[in-house]
Design a protein around this ligand. Structure first.
Ligand SMILES: Nc1ncnc2c1ncn2[C@@H]1O[C@H](COP(=O)(O)OP(=O)(O)OP(=O)(O)O)[C@@H](O)[C@H]1O
Ligand SMILES: [Mg+2]
Ligand SMILES: [Mg+2]
Length: 512
């Protein structure tokens, strides 16, 4: 294991004055098929170690693999969604290397005949511009098992007392999506990296092919970074003609924010080495979330000898054009377009839509609006109260037992004038506590606005009398001062009044 040496870095903006960054992103996505890539074992996450294994995924002699047809379909759909060409005929290949988490001593992968190639994904950046990420290929392979190193001194894998290995993950279908070297992003390279992985995650989720949980490892990103001397604008022809520098490959970066930080860090680290006339070593690096740095992994040349050869135990994959076209018909509306359509349907600002995206609430809002709520109310509940609570409790809003129908019903009660905002919040408490539907909770808790305007007027009169000085301010034109009076009226009515109505009455009495 690498010892923790702090490497030199230069200021990011300084680095960008002298160097042009180039990136290549490799994303591994675990498909959500019920069974593994080449056998019938289950793929459930978190099962007891080595409970989902068989002779095929354990690589026992004589066991024969069979391709998972659903995984191939998912691979083709991913390829199509990434605007790739789909191979008419391709094979699996054995990638030979020895590592204890890989029981067969080779990984069944694809090499020079990927199922999908030559695509692109357009990603939107913060400033509204679009960057086209060129996709080199998307190929099928299988995941490895997981090692667990126990005892010994902390962080020293090979100093561990012993190691355990869990093969449940071995053989889970993976698609590796590899970009071409991405140029022309200039100082926005880290932002492009984050935006691309985010857009890819959104796309894969829309395709329904993976649960894309970076924190659980079902979506993993390796970020390759190199620098070359800067000779012009990032997008100029002279700059494009400069040969690429040596890359480093930062492994398994497991959040969008980390992708951005890791790329940024590597740019500043490379620059420091190049400034001193040093050479970048082509190697893998490990990202450390806590300290925000990468450390050296293993040296890895381009000509890494994996002794690839075509897998003799599997038949080639040869999807007919009809099959491919039929799969094309199953593609969802591109997420970017869908997002824009919904934002305009719902009348949200850019900021509001971003909140909704960040809260992962698009589907919930869609269902809530379909159930009759206004888009504004749906957004308010799902990204406000419920998202806050979910965050605080480290849970997902879906796990609360509150449904879009509940929220629509709650909104209905507010719009019918039966509940005010603070009462609606109390009703929601009750729904969260499992007391029933919003109407049931409001009935059971006796929550209902006083509809009697006479009572409200009486309360207003009383409050005006008791707060003559404030009332005078309102009369003198300081309308904001009415807020204090409304507060008093609400108190007088024990919260059972419609604050909007109270305001109307107060202003009518004092300003007309
Ligand atoms: N000089 C470079 N600078 C930045 N990125 C590069 C450079 N050369 C290649 N890349 C990118 O690095 C990535 C290399 O991924 P690829 O899967 O092809 O090979 P690998 O990382 O060597 O192999 P493995 O899949 O075994 O990790 C690609 O995204 C490619 O575009
Ligand atoms: Mg790769
Ligand atoms: Mg790689």
């Amino acid at each position: 294991m690498a010892t923790a040496v702090t490497e030199e870095v230069v200021d990011y903006d300084e680095a960008l004055k002298r160097y042009d960054p180039v990136m290549g992103l490799e994303v591994h996505v675990e498909l959500n098929t019920a069974t593994k890539m080449f056998c019938g074992c289950a793929t459930e996450f978190g099962a007891a170690p080595n409970s989902q294994v068989c002779p095929v995924c354990l690589g026992l002699p004589g066991a024969l693999p069979v391709v998972n047809a659903t995984a191939v379909e998912s691979a083709i759909r991913i390829g199509l969604a990434l605007n790739c060409e789909i191979a008419q005929w391709c094979r699996f290949a054995r990638k030979n290397y020895f590592y204890p988490d890989m029981p067969k001593n080779f990984q069944t992968s694809q090499y020079d005949e990927p199922i999908a190639f030559n695509g692109h994904l357009d990603v939107e950046l913060e400033d509204g511009t679009t960057y086209r990420v060129e996709i080199e290929r998307a190929h099928m392979e299988e995941d490895t098992g997981k090692s667990l190193h126990v005892g010994g001194s902390t962080g020293r894998i090979h100093g561990a007392e012993y190691s355990l290995v869990d093969y449940n993950r071995a053989g889970i279908p993976l698609i590796e999506i590899v970009t071409k070297p991405l140029t022309g992003a200039g100082e926005r390279a880290p932002e492009v990296a984050k935006a691309y992985v985010g857009a890819l995650r959104e796309l894969l989720r829309a395709l329904g092919v993976s649960d894309v949980k970076m924190e659980q490892g079902s979506l993993r990103c390796d970020a390759n970074v190199s620098l070359r001397p800067k000779v012009g604008d990032a997008t100029s022809d002279e700059q494009a003609a400069v040969p690429l520098g040596t890359r480093t490959e930062t492994k398994n970066v497991n959040s969008l924010r980390s992708v951005e930080r890791a790329v940024r860090y590597e740019i500043t680290r490379h620059a420091a080495i190049l400034d001193k006339g040093g050479k970048i070593i082509q190697e893998t690096r490990h990202w450390h979330e806590d300290t925000g740095v990468t450390t050296s992994g293993r040296e890895k040349s381009d000509a890494e000898d994996y002794r690839y050869f075509p897998e003799p135990d599997l038949v080639p994959v040869a999807p007919t054009r009809e099959t491919v076209e039929a799969l094309r018909q199953t593609l969802p509306e591109p997420p970017g377009e869908r997002r824009k359509r919904l934002q305009s349907d719902w009348g949200y600002s850019d900021l509001e839509m971003r909140d909704v995206m960040n809260a992962g609430a698009v589907e919930l809002i869609q269902e809530t609006v379909a159930a009759g709520a206004t888009p504004a109310a749906a957004r308010k509940w799902w990204t406000g109260e419920l998202a806050r609570r979910a965050n605080a409790e480290g849970r997902s809003v879906e796990d609360f037992g509150v449904t879009p129908a509940h929220i629509a019903e709650l909104d209905g009660l507010v719009r019918d004038g039966r509940l005010n905002d603070s009462m609606a919040r109390q009703v929601l408490e009750g729904v969260l506590a499992g007391e029933g539907t919003p109407t049931e909770v409001a009935d059971a808790r006796g929550l209902e606005l006083v509809q009697d305007d006479g009572a409200l007027e009486a309360a207003v009169d009383k409050v005006i009398e008791a707060n003559a000085d404030v009332a005078q301010k309102v009369r003198d034109g300081k309308v904001q001062a009415a807020g204090a009076l409304i507060g008093q009226v609400m108190k007088e009515m024990r919260g059972q009044a419609d604050a909007g109505k109270a305001r109307e009455i107060i202003l009518a009495k004092l300003t007309s």
